[in-house]
Design a protein around this ligand. Structure first.
Ligand code: ADP
Ligand code: MG
Length: 333
């Protein structure tokens, strides 16, 4: 079990990581989610032993790792760009750690085969990295990391270099692969979809500090403050009278602030809030609207695909309570 207690990493006067506490149980996948520059890589490097701690402690099963150098921690690191050995074949890359560990030729070959199968690249052993797509390269990098049988896998934005569609697919595969291999993993990413798709627990990081942690569902359903809600993909945070109107329409009691997902407001039916259309954008899955809602002001909404209202049209909005998050004032650190 990984335990991070009061960890601070400084660069000169700047605290890149500021008094962070995190715990990661065996077999779980924790995503640290935060915008660029929030200290994610510094935290990961501190866990790996690549960055000195200004304060705090990183331990494994209660044993302080302060005196344990990186290569003796039993952790593997995987980065955005895989960093494959370009002159080695796929099998050579994946088998690298096995040879270092002195595994025999036959045993290594069979283990490489298993790992390539696990990451969906059976039969790719003889290919050279430059003949692979970005997604395939990351799969090889993952197989190579897993070959070392790390007790902890550290992943720094592993899918960020891939295009959006591939990222979503590979995120689901990554979750499956980590589960199947029983790997304990700490993932850092700025991409909330990647975090949700891969991890079972989330920690939200901002300006070096962890501002919220919990299961992905808990964090998603109840962001700790407005900035976190917006970062998690809620489209607006409404306050005061606007919040009251939307909450009432959802059948919820009043509150000071509510975060609203775009999909919380569905236009095109009848009944509900009255609004006029400000802007319309069609996507293959839905129509995305900006609407001016009576008593609320501007908000985002969706409509069924193929239905194309024009700016200025009057529409009615249904509110889905499950896609709102009431924000509790004072809950933020
Ligand atoms: P993230 O991975 O979330 O984008 P980083 O951990 O890379 O964030 O960086 C956090 C902050 O620490 C940034 O302001 C960055 O400029 C600073 N930082 C990171 N590494 C160094 C370094 N080696 N020297 C000086 N400042 C650094
Ligand atoms: Mg980073």
């Amino acid at each position: 079990m990984l335990s991070i207690e009061g960890v601070t990493v400084s660069f000169g006067a700047q605290r890149a990581v500021d008094d962070v506490d995190l715990r990661l149980d065996d077999g779980h996948v924790l995503a640290v989610l935060g915008p660029s520059g929030s200290g994610k890589s510094s935290l990961l490097r501190a866990v790996a032993g690549l960055e000195p701690l200004r304060a705090g402690r990183v331990s494994w099963d209660g044993h302080d790792l302060a005196g344990t150098p990186t290569h003796q921690r039993g952790f593997a690191l995987m980065f955005q760009d895989g960093q494959l050995f370009d002159h080695l074949t796929v099998a050579g890359n994946v088998g690298y750690a096995l040879r270092l560990r002195g595994l025999g030729r036959a045993a290594a070959r069979s283990r490489v085969g298993e790992l390539l199968e696990l990451v969906g690249l059976a039969g790719y052993g003889d290919r050279l990295p430059r003949t692979l797509s970005g997604g395939e390269r990351q799969r090889v990098a993952l197989a190579r990391s897993l070959a070392a049988e790390p007790r902890l896998l550290l992943l720094d934005e592993p899918l960020s270099a891939l295009d959006a569609e591939l990222r979503v697919r590979l995120a689901a595969d990554l979750r499956q692969i980590l589960r199947e291999s029983g790997t304990t993993a700490l993932l850092v990413t700025h991409d909330q979809e990647e975090a949700f798709a891969v991890a079972d627990r989330l920690a939200v990081m901002r300006a070096g500090a962890v501002v919220q942690q919990g299961t992905t569902e808990e964090v998603w359903a109840a962001p700790v403050d407005a900035a976190t809600a917006l970062f998690l993909g809620y489209s607006r945070v409404l306050t005061g009278a606007a919040a009251a109107v939307v909450l009432a329409a959802a059948g919820l009691p009043p509150a000071d602030a509510v975060a609203v997902r775009r999909s919380a407001l569905t236009a095109g039916g009848s009944g509900g809030l009255l609004a006029s259309v400000v802007a319309v954008r069609a996507t293959p899955d839905e129509v995305r609207l900006v609407v001016d809602v009576d008593g609320v002001g501007e908000a985002d909404a969706v409509g069924a695909p193929g239905w194309l209202p024009a700016p200025g049209d009057a529409v009615e909005l249904r509110v889905d309570a499950a896609r709102l998050a009431v924000l509790t004032p004072g809950a933020s650190p």
